[in-house]
Design a protein around this ligand. Structure first.
Ligand code: MN
Length: 227
């Protein structure tokens, strides 16, 4: 048994539907520009493939956690996303076997300090401050799932007004391809979460806004942005 000079940080967790036990988060990978219409609204080139970035594991904000408006931004954006939760890992995973790594799916929001992200893009700087800040990954409970990945409606409303409304089937890389691509860059492991990208309609949220998100068949997520 290892002795530590400090108390180790607790493992971030996400609840699991129908289970008393929680899902331990190892790390969070995210896919950028995985829906064509969103890639266009971000000014992207239609020929550019999706890509990855990351958030720290402790960015998760599970149901009931606070989601405070973060500092150093005046343009906090919502991005509704299907989240894949892995029960097995691997590297160089084939597309054909990739779905066998999946524990389940959740509904997530990739909160983004868009003003900082735009400034980073202009300067060729990294996205950590715009994407990987505290509480930047609100997430629903995970629904255990086997077989074909979700394909249905993915939507987000702010104060009851629909802002994003698309279909998971519209993703450029599907779930199996995402897992396979990620495994070429990192050795995946149990506990990894992958945010799979957002469809078009991203926009700002303010303090006091009620954000609701849903992925058909997977679940719903709800949080209020606090001061
Ligand atoms: Mn995103």
């Amino acid at each position: 048994m290892t002795d530590y000079v400090l108390a180790p940080s607790p493992t971030p967790i996400v609840p699991v539907e129908g289970e008393a036990a929680a899902f331990p988060v190892r790390r969070i990978l995210c896919v950028g520009r995985n829906y064509a219409a969103h890639r266009r609204e971000m000014g992207g080139d239609d020929r550019d493939p999706p890509f990855f970035f990351a958030k720290p594991a402790d960015a998760v904000a599970p149901p009931g956690a606070v989601v405070p408006y973060p500092p150093r931004t005046a343009n906090l954006h919502h991005e509704i996303e299907l989240v894949v939760a892995l029960k097995f890992g691997g590297h160089d995973v084939s597309v054909d076997t990739a779905l066998s790594l999946v524990y389940g799916y959740a509904v997530g929001v990739d909160l983004t300090r868009r003003d900082l992200q735009n400034a980073a893009k202009d300067k060729g700087q990294p996205w950590d401050a715009s994407k990987g800040f505290d509480h930047s990954a609100p997430i629903s409970a995970i629904r255990p799932w086997t077989g074909e990945a979700p394909q249905g409606r993915i939507s987000l409303s702010v104060n009851g007004e629909v802002r994003q409304d698309a279909a998971v089937a519209d993703m450029i890389w599907n779930v199996a391809e995402i897992i396979s691509e990620a495994s070429k860059l990192w050795t995946l492991a149990p506990g990894d979460l992958i945010f799979t990208g957002t469809p078009e309609g991203v926009g700002p949220v303010e303090v006091g806004d009620l954000v609701t998100g849903e992925v058909e068949g997977v679940g719903q997520l709800q949080f209020t942005v606090t001061a």
